[in-house]
Design a protein around this ligand. Structure first.
Ligand code: GRF
Length: 203
């Protein structure tokens, strides 16, 4: 399985996937890591692992369409089987999403369909929720709306701030994202019309 990972920042989820590949848990080749922001920690992590890195700075493009056209070409140049969004903080145009339909994953820090969009941890606290979490889903044109594959729950504690809660959510992210990538690379995971299907014979 050829994987391209898209990031915008620290890349701790990228690291979890790199670690799982290096440990032999995932049989895949991370062909490239593409960032829309220059000089982020995630690019350093990729370089350290000997992975090709690309910076495609959205500020150097006139429009979202122009950026996404360039991004699509760049991704395709690596002929990936799977595109993994790991903290890629940009909304993708429908044509790009369409291109990688059933082959693009995202991780979103909430129990979808709750709290699509930004500031999910604070919103869960403000709502008085007792449980929060994280979802891995297939990407479709609807922002944070594609079929959910796995969710992990995290209890909200009385003194939690967005930061303390985010830390515990991140621990779960680093467990479930490599797991889903592994399933995909074993060809056990597919996106049917509106849902994700897992062949769970060996779960
Ligand atoms: C994570 O919280 C993820 O859920 C969200 O962006 C963050 C990325 O963190 N989509 P990292 O760059 O993997 O450390």
């Amino acid at each position: 399985t050829r994987i391209v990972v898209l990031i915008s920042g620290s890349g701790s989820n990228l690291q979890a996937i790199i670690d799982a590949v290096q440990a032999g848990d995932i049989q895949a080749d991370i062909c490239a890591v593409i960032s829309n922001r220059p000089n982020v920690l995630g690019l350093e992590r990729a370089e350290k692992a000997g992975i090709t890195t690309v910076t495609l700075d959205h500020k150097e493009f006139e429009s979202r369409d122009a950026y996404d056209a360039a991004l699509m070409n760049k991704i395709e140049s690596f002929t990936p089987d799977l595109v993994v969004l790991a903290g890629f903080m940009r909304i993708l145009t429908p044509s790009l999403v369409q291109k990688f339909k059933g082959k693009m994953l995202n991780i979103h820090p909430s129990l979808l369909p709750k709290y699509q969009g930004l500031n999910t941890h604070q919103r869960a606290i403000d709502a008085g929720d007792s449980v929060h979490g994280v979802s891995v889903h297939f990407v479709t044109e609807e922002l944070d709306g594609g079929p959910v594959i796995v969710q992990a729950k995290v209890d909200i504690l009385p003194n939690d701030t967005a930061d303390t809660l985010a830390q515990r959510v991140h621990q779960q992210e680093h467990i479930i994202y490599p797991l889903v990538v592994k399933w995909f690379s074993e060809q056990r995971l597919t996106m049917e019309a509106h849902y994700a299907v897992l062949d769970n014979k060996e779960l």
